[in-house]
Design a protein around this ligand. Structure first.
Ligand SMILES: CC(C)(COP(=O)(O)OP(=O)(O)OC[C@H]1O[C@@H](n2cnc3c(N)ncnc32)[C@H](O)[C@@H]1OP(=O)(O)O)[C@@H](O)C(=O)NCCC(=O)NCCS
Length: 180
C-alpha cells in the first residue's frame, strides 16, 4: 500500500483527514444540498445523524488503511470544510477519485486544484499507474475538472452507475484517466 498523505496543501486549499465531529460542518457546507448531490451516488442528507455515522466510517477507513480515503477541503488558513475529495486504491495500480464542493465554492477551480495534486501524487508513486474518475454524462463541469487535472477522456461507460436523484437504474458515465 502506498504511503498516502494524511494532509496536503495546494495554492489555496488545505486538505485534511475527517474527524468524528465534522458531521455538522459537512452537513451545512454541502451534504444537505440536493443540487450538490444531483449527480452523486448518494442523496442529500436530511438529518445530520446518519451523516455523523458516515463520517465515523471515513475516520475508520483511515485507521484501517484499507485504501478508501477521504480528505476534507478547507480554504487555506481555515479549518472549516468547503468540500471533499476521495481516493480509492483499488489494487492493480489504480487510484479512483471523486470530489464535491459546496455550491458557494463552485466556479473557482478548487476541485481541479485538489484533484491535480492527488493525481500527480498518485502517478509519482511507483506502484500506481492509472489515476481515473468517472461522472454522469450530464455533468460537464465534472468532466472539465478531470481534464484540468490532466486526465484524458477515454469514453462513455454505458449503464455504469446510478444517481439516486434520477432513480435506481445505472446511468451512462464519462470516464477519464491519466496514466504513466
Ligand atoms: C463538479 C464540481 C466539483 C466542479 O468543481 P469547480 O471547482 O466548481 O470546478 P471549476 O471551477 O474548475 O469549473 C468547472 C469547469 O467546468 C466548466 N463548466 C461548468 N459548467 C459547465 C457546463 N454546464 N458545461 C460545460 N462546462 C461547464 C467551467 O467553465 C469550468 O471550466 P474552465 O475552468 O475551463 O472554465 C462542482 O460543481 C461540484 O461539487 N458539483 C457537485 C458534485 C459533483 O457533481 N461532483 C462530481 C461528481 S463525479
Amino acid at each position: 500500500m502506498p504511503r498516502v498523505p494524511a494532509s496536503f496543501a495546494t495554492a489555496r486549499l488545505t486538505a485534511r483527514k475527517p474527524r468524528v465531529d465534522d458531521g455538522p460542518a459537512i452537513f451545512s457546507a454541502y451534504a444537505s444540498d440536493p443540487e450538490v448531490t444531483r449527480y452523486l451516488s448518494w442523496r442529500a442528507y436530511e438529518r445530520v445523524e446518519p451523516l455523523n455515522a458516515f463520517v465515523r466510517e471515513c475516520v475508520a477507513h483511515w485507521e484501517k488503511g484499507d485504501g478508501h480515503l477521504a480528505w476534507l477541503l478547507c480554504l487555506k488558513g481555515t479549518d472549516t470544510p468547503i468540500g471533499s475529495i476521495g481516493m480509492n486504491l483499488e489494487g492493480g495500480g489504480k487510484a479512483l477519485f471523486g470530489y464535491v464542493l459546496g455550491k458557494k465554492f463552485w466556479g473557482h477551480g478548487f476541485a481541479a486544484e485538489a484533484l491535480t495534486y492527488l493525481v500527480d501524487w498518485a502517478l509519482a508513486e511507483p506502484t500506481l499507474f492509472r489515476a481515473w474518475a468517472f461522472c454522469d454524462v450530464e455533468n460537464p463541469a465534472s468532466v472539465r475538472v478531470m481534464e484540468k487535472a490532466g486526465m484524458v477522456r477515454e469514453g462513455v461507460l454505458r449503464r455504469w452507475h446510478p444517481c439516486p436523484s434520477f432513480g435506481p437504474e445505472p446511468r451512462d458515465c464519462v470516464v477519464c484517466a491519466k496514466v504513466k
